[in-house]
Design a protein around this ligand. Structure first.
Ligand code: FAD
Length: 194
């Protein structure tokens, strides 16, 4: 059976990982789609909007060297820079910035709007389209199909996610966002940890 693909690559989730994945793909000339549940939360930062530190700072620099956007966006939307452990030896020093989380998200949304080869789709990927153990697209919450040669899943902390408020537990990916359920069940069936 021949399959008509809509895209070369689909990226599910427009958090930090999804942003870098879809931009890298589009900039390589591949027809790319990014699917995310909430367009106003593209690149949304967590409760303490900071980028860098000893471990993550290292990763941000690696992303930077590979042509990624996180470091550039962190600089462009920075509120405060701090050199951590400046009183200690060079091995434990690191830069950490505090960012304006709304500006950071707006920076990424603006990049998306200008990026060639990139389509932004608002929706929740509910199911993976599997063909002979290959993933060839996703089914969205409204039942529509989006097909691609490969699918990159960057759904962050949303898979079967639970939020803890003291002793109370409720389903949710993050305050204001629901958890992802459909895809996680399929991945579990294929032996992945979720
Ligand atoms: C409470 C908390 C505090 C944190 N504090 C910090 C901090 O201070 N500094 C720091 O550097 N890191 C912090 N982190 C870690 C940081 O938030 C994560 O490492 C980072 O967000 C992971 O990026 P990601 O792209 O993998 O996923 P996320 O940023 O979680 O993005 C996932 C995206 O996928 C989308 N999505 C999920 N399921 C679907 C679906 N089925 N269909 C379509 N879209 C979907 C979501 O809407 C979301 O936009 C914190 C994390 C948490 C939970």
């Amino acid at each position: 059976m021949s399959t008509a693909f809509d895209f070369d690559i689909i990226v599910v989730g427009a958090g930090h990982a999804g942003i870098e994945a879809c931009l890298a793909s589009a900039r390589l000339g591949l027809k790319t789609a990014i699917i995310t549940t909430n367009l106003s939360r593209i690149g949304y930062m967590s409760c303490n909007p900071s980028i860098g530190g000893l471990a993550k700072g290292h990763m941000v620099r690696e992303i930077d060297i590979l042509g990624g956007e996180m470091g550039l966006a962190a600089d462009a939307t920075c509120i405060q820079y701090k050199r951590l452990n400046s009183g200690k030896g060079p091995a434990v020093r690191g830069t950490r910035v505090q960012n304006d989380k709304d500006k950071y998200s707006a920076y990424m949304q603006n990049l998306f709007s200008k990026q060639e080869n990139l389509s932004v789709i608002s929706g929740e990927a509910k199911k993976l389209i599997l063909n002979n153990h290959r993933c060839e697209g996703v089914v969205l919450h409204d039942g529509s199909l989006v097909r691609a040669k490969a699918v990159v899943i960057t759904t962050g902390t949303f898979m079967n996610a639970v939020m803890h408020f003291g002793l109370k537990q409720i389903s949710g990916g993050r305050v204001g966002d629901s958890a992802t359920v459909g895809i996680s069940d399929q991945l579990l069936q294929y032996g992945f940890n979720v």
